[in-house]
Design a protein around this ligand. Sequence first.
Ligand code: PXP
Length: 249
Amino acid sequence: MGSIKKLRLGVNIDHVATVRNARGSAYPDPVRAALIAQEAGADGITAHLREDRRHIVDQDITSIIKAIDIPLNFEMAATDEMKKIALAHEPHAVCIVPEKREERTTEGGLDVVKDENKLAHFITPLREKGCRISIFIAADDKQIKAARRIGAQVVELHTGAYCDLHYDKRFEERDAELSRLKDMASLAHSLGLEVHAGHGLTYETVVPIAELPEVVELNIGHFLIGESMFTGLKDAIFKMRELMDKARL
Ligand code: PXP
């Protein structure tokens, strides 16, 4: 079992932009959210520039990088358009995610096994620019081993299925998925990969994930932005952080 490191929190601010874009207005501003998250102790900001620009748009990436002092984790699909944008910005981290136009959010992890050669070539110039490459995958040993082979430094384990099963009250299946996440975090760590986790995490679901000793970073967005409507973003982040830190004790 790996040593217990402090768990970093990356705050995903995409859905501040979702609300802004719903009215085509200039507000609420994701840059302001990023600055509040930074003040509240976030270790990084995560933003996903989707092909259809449904939330974050190109100018947001430029403005966020300019405004924040903490690292940006730039989520993107493995397309030439996104690679060009990432190479122009050289963000601290690039997280490669699957993307389908019709999906509401990132459904499932990337199939690294299927596109192994293509992905290996795709990430090389990004790595050479010094970006930390993370691959968003399901808790599956074949995908983890393939992520290692293509030269990624990080895998982010998709916690969406675990969270959905929890809210569907399918507790046996949830626990089986949690057990997979646990085993796969351990496998990834043993292969020398840094392990992150994220998607769908809430106050109710975060603790068992934060307890996994190999996981060093969680990326959380939708719930925190939703909760911020009731408590403010700072308080929502404080509470999430408190739960994560307690789980780590
Ligand atoms: N990690 C990755 C790779 C993601 O694609 C997302 C969603 O953009 C998240 C974490 C955050 O998920 P959520 O918004 O459900 O907390």
